[in-house]
Design a protein around this ligand. Structure first.
Ligand SMILES: *Cc1c(COP(=O)(O)O)cnc(C)c1O
Length: 369
């Protein structure tokens, strides 16, 4: 039966992993999870066909997929993903942050990549289902979480060039340690002058693997130059700041104004970005979403009007940026301290996520029990 997104949500079946990790193994992993290294006992899968829509929603043992070598995702890169975290609060309850926003963004990414759209309610239910199956994998140490990776792949055995008639949505889960161990230190970032991450009319606003594939070479260049991340400029003029490979950027000025590049179609609409804009406005800051050139940053750093720069995204929440390096010039310094606004917004947001502060915008959704 076709699953009409206007009707009842999908019902999930459950197949328990016959050989789950032992309690001791899980404890050992949760003591030092790192990021993206370990995966839980189960995963979610929902399959889609052009004839029948979404069907066969299930929680199954985590394990390899069987893909035909002619499967479309392997050839034309029709893949999109999401990333969100599940947090354990002090009372043991388990929560996630604005999952409806991830669900809606996955729908927009799907539209751009000509993949099927999953209903928001089914996305949120898939989060509840994986948490229910793997609750014991949600760590409780400060700043730790269970990172969820929902993704959709084209999964038709066909080499013709058109959007696939079969697809699968999956959710895998991976415990994540504190991002910064030993204090938060500003990072150095590398300005990519040769490569862009997105062009006009391209896939920059979609969260798709292809954007990441294109960012890996400039990322290598950043590493070689002693930088942790790459800063991309707009593809059209090569003068305006877009974003990092996987994080949005903010510039704090000395006049209670904060600037972040406007969403022009080449920038990913970060949920952390949107939440930070709200928290800054709540504090009385003026947030300008507009074009900001690399020249404005240079001048603002030199005359002191730009006082702090930070990057944001789900994985690191907020990372202070100490300096920008390029072939021709450097802005800022390697040994700067994190800024005050950067650190207090970071604290406010993580306090909300970990249940230490009132959630006045109703962003948190309880996903256990
Ligand atoms: C995921 C992502 C971000 C951050 O988005 P959040 O919703 O805040 O995690 C920023 N830029 C790119 C390119 C991304 O893929």
């Amino acid at each position: 039966m076709a699953h009409d997104t206007t009707t009842a949500p999908l019902a999930f079946s459950f197949e328990a992993n016959p050989s789950p990790r032992s309690t001791e193994e899980v404890a050992e992993i949760l003591a030092n999870p790192g990021f993206g290294n370990h995966f839980t006992d189960h995963m979610v899968q929902i399959d889609w066909t052009v004839e029948n829509g979404w069907a066969d929603a299930r929680v199954i043992p985590y394990g390899p997929l069987i893909l035909d070598p002619a499967s479309s995702v392997l050839h034309y890169g029709q893949e999109i993903f999401e990333g969100l975290k599940v947090y354990r609060h002090a009372d043991g309850s388990i929560w996630t942050f604005r999952p409806d926003q991830n669900a809606e963004r996955l729908q927009r990414s799907a539209a751009r990549l000509a993949l099927p759209q999953l209903a928001v309610a089914d996305f949120v239910e898939s989060v509840r289902q994986i948490v229910k199956a793997d609750e014991r994998w949600v760590p409780s140490a400060p700043d730790t979480s269970l990172y969820l990776r929902p993704f959709t792949i084209a999964n038709e055995t066909f080499l013709g060039v058109r959007s696939a008639h079969k697809a699968s949505y999956l959710v895998i889960a991976s415990p994540a340690g504190a991002y910064f161990t030993g204090g938060i230190k500003p990072i150095s970032i590398w300005l990519s002058t040769e490569y862009s991450r997105a062009g006009r009319g391209g896939t920059g606003a979609a969260k798709c693997g292809g954007n990441y594939a294109a960012s890996l070479l400039p990322q290598e260049e950043a590493y070689r130059n002693g930088c942790a991340q790459v800063m991309f400029l707009d593809g059209e003029t090569g003068t305006r700041i877009d974003e990092l490979g996987g994080m949005n950027v903010f510039f704090v000025r000395n006049d209670k104004t904060v600037v972040t590049p406007e969403l022009t179609g080449s920038i990913l609409e970060g949920i952390t970005r949107a939440s930070i804009i709200q928290l800054l406005q709540d504090r009385g800051y003026t947030v300008e979403e507009r074009a900001i050139g690399i020249d404005e940053w240079r001048a603002g750093e030199a005359d002191g009007t730009i006082t702090e720069v930070f990057a944001c995204g789900t994985a690191a929440v907020i990372t202070p940026i100490g300096q920008l390096k390029s072939h021709d010039f450097t802005i800022g310094s390697e040994n700067s301290e994190p800024g005050e606004v950067t650190m207090s917004i970071r604290e406010e947001l993580t306090d909300i996520q970990y249940g230490r502060r009132e959630d006045r915008h109703g962003w948190m959704v309880r996903v256990d029990g």
